[in-house]
Design a protein around this ligand. Structure first.
Ligand SMILES: [Zn+2]
Length: 104
């Protein structure tokens, strides 16, 4: 697959995910501009429709690389981290036993 074909695939995937979430970040409801892996890429998650949600830049950065047992748990973590505080987010992360995708 050459670069142009990869870009086309990414664009059509992005459009499908964008439509599914109506342009809104799955986590905070803000403007969604990025694809976010439900199961992180580093943990073997694939770049395919069923493993992607639409995310804003900020939520994507907070979620980066962390693996939770459920998407709802991940959503709670991101919202706590962003809107309550980083320390609270870290505590939540420890309590639910989230792991770094790259360490799996
Ligand atoms: Zn967001």
């Amino acid at each position: 697959m050459n670069g142009a074909e990869t870009d086309t695939l990414t664009n059509s995937l992005f459009n499908r995910v964008y439509e599914k979430f109506e342009g809104k970040c799955f986590y905070c409801g803000g403007h969604g501009s990025e694809l976010e892996h439900v199961v992180p890429y580093s943990a073997g998650g694939k770049k395919e429709f069923s493993n992607l949600v639409l995310s804003c830049l900020r939520c994507n950065r907070v979620a980066w690389g962390w693996h939770f047992s459920s998407l709802e748990e991940k959503k709670r973590y991101i919202l706590i981290y962003r809107f309550v505080g980083r320390n609270e987010g870290r505590k939540f992360r420890e309590n639910v036993g989230a792991i770094r995708g790259s360490k799996i």
